[in-house]
Design a protein around this ligand. Structure first.
Ligand SMILES: *Cc1c(COP(=O)(O)O)cnc(C)c1O
Length: 381
């Protein structure tokens, strides 16, 4: 069967069906080599010179991700932050960027600090409001619109297709941090995005044992070549073993993400009316602000991430997290095990995150166990 015609779940399960030519092995080899043999006539017909630029262990995970995201090129990075910052570093000092107010904390911090000092002009907007976003764009000066959907840590939804149109009308590119949606639920390029970013640390790898990042592009243009050059010359490349582990993790992506979605939906519905809970933040609830847009641009679920605002403020929220047993108190998301986190504590000073909020990453355990554990943790004693 044409590899392009098989369904995404099949492509992922078989890692695109590649077989090692020499050994017929059905799982790929790891190539730790840092350098490649030159031909006698001084050429590099293998196409590979030095592993900072060309590592064959990246080929398969990059090709799979590229197919899942409908791209024309993909690049792995040493972390999600390395992937994201490479997009901004491919811009030029003086360029204007529109980014969301609600977004992954470390990236927001980097944009307002380092990127601003380096010379980018950053405006943060309410990206769930397309009109507000359109007003922040400066035609000719705005080179990039960055969005994240569902966005950390309150899971607000941004309409990718609408923002793509706004960005393109002004001659700007649209990049989407699609970490929490994963390619199972949303394919931003199909909705008009130019660049998709993933913290592959999260759902793509899925087992809380690899830090990695990835970008996928809709066009192999000058901007993409600048991004590739930032990776190659800046050196933020992934390790070979991590690339291999990442591909192994991606093979079960289409089992893990739907399981996490089912769990999150059940938990969100269960706690939507609860004496100790102020609000459940989850785009899968019909009462959520972005529910209609999410239902349109997410297929097969609303993600495995939700947040609970606990009555009684920060101390009450921290006490609930302290009493959980099955849920593990840890930052990060997208692994097979469920994590609970008092997000404002992790973000630290100047965090815009509500202090009464717990961020939940739902794993693939039985949701009834996760609900029972939260119920006992919420009991007033
Ligand atoms: C974790 C995360 C990042 C950063 O990725 P790292 O792999 O930790 O560098 C960026 N965006 C989102 C939405 C994330 O969850």
């Amino acid at each position: 069967m044409e590899p392009k015609r098989i369904k995404p779940a099949s492509a992922a399960a078989q890692a695109l069906g590649w077989i090692d030519e020499k050994t017929k092995a059905i799982s790929p080899a790891i190539h730790p080599a840092t350098t490649y043999l030159r031909d006698e006539d001084n050429q590099f017909r293998s196409g590979r010179v030095y592993a900072r630029a060309d590592n064959p262990t990246f080929d398969q995970p990059e090709a799979l991700l590229n197919q899942l995201e409908h791209g024309v090129g993909a690049a792995l990075f040493s972390s999600g932050m390395a992937a994201a910052t490479s997009v901004f570093l491919a811009l030029k000092p003086g360029d204007h960027v529109v980014a969301p107010k609600v977004m992954y904390w470390a990236l927001r911090h980097w944009l307002l600090g380092y990127a601003t000092e380096w010379g980018l002009k950053i405006d943060l907007v309410d990206a769930s409001n397309s009109t507000a976003l359109a007003q922040a764009i400066q035609p000719g000066r705005t080179k990039l619109v960055w969005i994240e959907t569902p966005a950390n840590p309150t899971w607000v939804i941004t309409d990718i297709a609408a923002v793509a149109e706004i960005a393109h009308r002004a001659g700007a590119k649209l990049a989407v941090d699609s970490t929490t949606a994963s390619p199972v639920l949303t394919q931003p390029i199909a909705l008009g995005a130019d660049i998709v970013m993933h913290s592959a640390t999260k759902y793509l790898n899925g087992h809380s044992d690899v830090i990695a990042g990835a970008l996928v592009t809709a066009k192999d243009d000058e901007f993409w070549q600048r991004i590739k050059s930032v990776r190659k010359n800046g050196g933020a490349i992934l390790g070979t073993f991590e690339a291999w582990l990442l591909l192994r993790g991606m093979r079960t992506l289409f089992l893990r993400v739907p399981a996490a979605c089912r769990g999150a939906q059940k938990i969100a519905e269960h706690f939507s009316i609860h004496a100790r809970i102020e609000a459940v933040l989850y785009p899968g609830l019909p009462t959520a602000d972005g529910h209609a847009v999410a239902a349109r641009q997410m297929r097969g679920g609303f993600g495995g991430m939700l947040s609970l605002r606990i009555k009684g403020g920060a101390d009450a929220a921290i006490a609930v997290a302290a009493r959980t047993q099955l849920w593990k108190r840890a930052t990060s998301l997208g692994g097979v095990e469920s994590l609970i986190e008092h997000r404002a504590s992790s973000e630290g000073a100047n965090s815009p995150t509500p202090v009464d909020m717990l961020r939940l990453s739902v794993g693939i355990e039985d949701p009834d166990d996760l609900i029972a554990d939260l119920e006992q943790a919420l009991e007033t004693r």
